[in-house]
Design a binder for this molecule. Structure first.
Ligand code: ADP
Length: 372
């Protein structure tokens, strides 16, 4: 989708891909198949590139530092990107900046998890006691790498430590809903903020995004945008930054995590904003002026298509396109596996209930959970 946004600008992409079948490898002309964890592969790939950017955050930080030392511009750079790679580094830096977050601490084992829960519990301090959320600091996505520990005897508390990666404990926030503040920043410091969205998660996976977040107070929306712009500025982010937020029942906004790349909470912008997150990411990476982030329509709803077992895509397209001529379908050309994000739909209009129904219907139909 980033490549798609570069086409009208005549920008040539070269892709480093795990396999020749990956979604992007199916559409980018120049593909190198190789392992992004191998520095020699990265160095060979980087030859002839003007600038390097990402669609995931897992390229080792030290390899990116090596590429920068070789003189290759990496955007976002490793000193910013590490905050999206390592939740421990992110939590420590945001605490320094005074950004509100769930109570958290790096823990060393199940006993330490119990100690973390107990801290402040006697005084009834906010966020103390069980349940506690545990996360490996690196390598998680879509809820993989996140565990909820219900009590001191809960055997699940031992699981995260088996990976040999540092583990972060957090209070389990009793949130009203999840929001995302998406911003884009260019190397010389221009930045734009998209309208704050609501992101509805099912089993730790994003299911639906509503733009803008319904009934979000104007001052809360501004606070979220300002927080995201400030984080982008302080960390020196270049490109798209998604700040995932919890809105608590008493109206506080706590940062859950950061993503530094076009993000699922920004997919609605392809059809619902004047300039998509992908187009603005490309502009930022090339240090071009950024495009207008505002909504085109009062409401846009994005619904993810999660892999099911629908046997006949052509029949599904016939049904969905005939039912809703305004529907925008974005499928990724991925192998369908249960629960895997294989595409999304965008629907927009001025009646939120209608827009939500049409998006849910199309996504449900394409994933095979709604029958004829
Ligand atoms: P991932 O890196 O897998 O996306 P996240 O840290 O975003 O992991 O967690 C995935 C989901 O788990 C979140 O969207 C949220 O629903 C839930 N979650 C994560 N941390 C907390 C927390 N401290 N309190 C309550 N729920 C949480």
């Amino acid at each position: 989708m980033t490549h798609e946004a570069g086409i009208p600008l005549g920008i040539r992409f070269k892709l480093l891909s795990d396999t020749a079948q990956d979604s992007a490898a199916q559409v980018v002309n120049e593909v190198v198949v190789g392992d992004y964890r191998d520095l020699d592969t990265l160095r060979r790939f980087a030859e002839g590139c003007d600038v390097i950017t990402f669609d995931h955050e897992h390229v080792p930080t030290e390899h990116l530092r090596a590429l920068e030392a070789d003189g290759i511009p990496v955007r976002p750079g490793p000193e910013a990107l590490v905050h999206a790679q390592d939740k421990g580094v992110m939590r420590a830096r945001l605490a320094e900046l005074g950004v509100p977050a769930p109570r958290n601490r790096i823990v060393s084992g199940p006993d330490d998890v119990a100690a973390f829960a107990a801290e402040g519990a006697a005084e009834g301090a906010p966020g103390s006691g069980f349940p506690v959320v545990l996360k490996t600091v690196r390598g998680g996505y879509d809820g993989k790498g996140v565990w909820v520990v219900r009590g001191a005897e809960d055997p699940i508390a031992a699981e995260p430590f088996k990976a040999g990666v540092p583990v972060l404990a957090e209070e389990k926030v009793d949130f009203a809903r999840e929001l995302a503040a998406n911003v884009v920043r260019s190397p010389h410091g221009q930045a734009v903020a998209y309208p704050v969205v609501e992101s509805v998660q099912v089993d730790g996976v994003c299911d639906t995004v509503i733009a803008p977040a319904p009934e979000l107070a104007e001052d809360a929306a501004l606070r979220a945008q300002e927080m995201a712009l400030r984080i982008a500025h302080e960390l020196g982010v270049v490109g798209h930054l998604a700040v995932e937020l919890f809105e608590t029942k008493d109206g506080r906004l706590l940062v859950n995590e950061l993503a530094m790349r076009p993000h699922n909470s920004g997919h609605w912008t392809q059809d619902g904003a004047v300039t998509s997150q992908f187009a603005n990411h490309v502009r930022a990476v090339l240090d071009l002026p950024l495009g207008d982030p505002r909504c085109r329509e009062p409401w846009t709803v994005m619904a993810n298509v999660l892999g099911g077992d629908y046997p006949d895509m052509y029949a599904a397209y016939l049904h969905c396109m005939a039912r809703d001529p305004q529907l925008k379908i974005h499928m990724y050309g991925k192998d369908v596996k249960p629960g895997r994000k294989v595409g999304h739909v965008n629907v927009y209009g001025d009646d939120l209930a209608d827009v939500r129904e049409r998006a849910a219907h199309a996504a449900g139909y394409l994933r095979g959970t709604i029958a004829e």
